[in-house]
Design a protein around this ligand. Structure first.
Ligand SMILES: NC(=O)c1ccc[n+]([C@@H]2O[C@H](COP(=O)([O-])OP(=O)(O)OC[C@H]3O[C@@H](n4cnc5c(N)ncnc54)[C@H](OP(=O)(O)O)[C@@H]3O)[C@@H](O)[C@H]2O)c1
Length: 277
């Protein structure tokens, strides 16, 4: 998997995915060819391309707002030309427009669905011929939010839920064409979209203590799973949604109560109930 298009690769999780793919290809003795996209409104996009080139990869920045339905096919066309084919597409671009459902404007609802979900459909359609030829892979970046209620995220959880179902539908229809389609869903990951709420180390530690693996995730945690999912070791994996969340989505009410009441801190077994005397 050395010819890859990564949307939203300019920063955060997407940047780490680009770097991980480049490292893995180089370790296998291949020259990575990576097309990185973003809105193009910040220098981040060109900075990632410079980082990739410094590693020894061939890399190209292609800006484009995925809110525009013509952009996904344009990104794929650039990628196929630059890479002389395509082995994988990772749709990482995404995000939320915070607010409650009652105050959500229709245009914001549509933007959130367009970038998080519709873009993956349009990228997949455009990349299908090249991926069919290479027996390649598509990977969407979903979210824990697709399965759990979230405050102030209005359209985002439904958009990510639709994305995970789209992944399954594509996997079914395109499996017979040799194309694998999977989703990797991060939990709470430290990136620009979360760092404003978690800028202080003490806040990161406080929030991390609620997660079974006792820490907030890093972009590299997600990138490692994406590299596996699009790579040869996942040759029999399709239609899956893999959660990379330190166990966060499995927390039940008792776990939340335990953290809030503080009894787990008093218990020598960590999160186990104290034995009755
Ligand atoms: N961080 C988390 O805790 C977390 C948790 C669950 C799921 N996720 C998902 O993981 C993915 C990456 O998250 P992140 O936290 O790394 O995000 P981030 O730091 O906010 O980066 C988002 C990326 O998407 C691009 N993007 C956003 N809107 C776009 C648009 N309209 N058109 C084209 N590109 C656009 C951005 O480009 P610019 O740089 O040009 O703006 C940037 O490259 C997203 O799909 C997100 O929903 C993240």
């Amino acid at each position: 998997m050395s010819r890859v298009l990564v949307t939203g690769g300019s920063r955060g999780i997407g940047r780490s995915i680009c770097l991980r793919i480049a490292h893995d290809a180089l370790a296998r003795g291949k020259t990575p060819k990576i097309v990185v996209t973003g809105t193009g409104t910040s220098p981040d996009l060109n900075n990632v391309v410079a980082e990739l080139k410094a590693l020894g990869a061939e890399a190209l920045a292609v800006p484009g707002d995925l809110n525009d339905p013509d952009v996904p096919a344009n990104l794929v066309a650039h990628a196929v030309e630059f890479c002389a084919g395509l082995d994988a597409v990772v749709h990482n671009a995404g995000g939320a427009i915070a607010g409650t459902l009652l105050k959500t404007k229709l245009a914001d609802w549509e933007t959130v669905f367009a970038v998080n979900c519709r873009a993956f459909f349009l990228l997949g359609i455009a990349a299908h011929p090249a991926l069919r030829q290479s027996k390649g892979a598509l990977c969407a970046i979903g979210s824990n939010a697709s399965e759990a209620m979230q405050p102030f995220l209005n359209a985002y959880p439904p958009a990510k839920a639709a994305l995970t179902m789209l992944v399954k539908q594509m996997a079914y229809e395109w499996g017979r064409h040799g194309i694998r389609v999977n989703c990797v869903s991060p939990g709470l990951i430290l990136s620009r979209s979360t760092e404003s709420a978690l800028s202080e180390l003490k806040d990161q530690e406080r929030v991390g203590a609620h997660i079974p693996l006792q820490r907030i995730g890093s972009p590299e945690d997600v990138a490692a799973v994406v590299a596996f999912v699009i790579g040869p070791d996942a040759a029999y994996l399709t239609g899956e949604n893999i959660n990379v969340d330190g166990g966060l989505r499995h927390l039940g009410p008792e776990a939340v109560l335990g953290q809030a009441s503080g009894w787990s801190a008093e218990c020598p077994g960590g999160g186990m109930r104290p034995e009755k005397k």
